[in-house]
Design a protein around this ligand. Sequence first.
Ligand SMILES: [Cu+2]
Length: 125
Amino acid sequence: MPKLDITTIIRPGLLALALLSPLPVFAHAILVKSQPAKDETLTESPKQIDLWFNDAVRSEYKALAVIDSTGKRVDNHDVEQSLTNGANIHATVPTLAPGVYTVRYRVVSEDTHIVTGKFEFTIKP
Ligand SMILES: [Cu+2]
């Protein structure tokens, strides 16, 4: 009786296992909600700007800036990621005067891609 070579059984088994087990799929971050909302007109200054993505984003390299219509950065340079929701980042702003503001953001998705974007909101008392 020919000697049974165990590897002739294990190798295909491992291959099948590798093929069947789902590869981890990391999300590409997409902005799904913000406060203020894109192109929203507010009657008073917000206290903070909140962004929500479709999935948790990485904590490193994140940025959130608010720029006024003269190009001046007006946020408090304090972007943070929510401790309870990795898909949310926020930054505070001082009381903003009436005008048009641009929010610029940058995050690193779980799939390692850097996502940037911007949108505007208006304060009109
Ligand atoms: Cu991606």
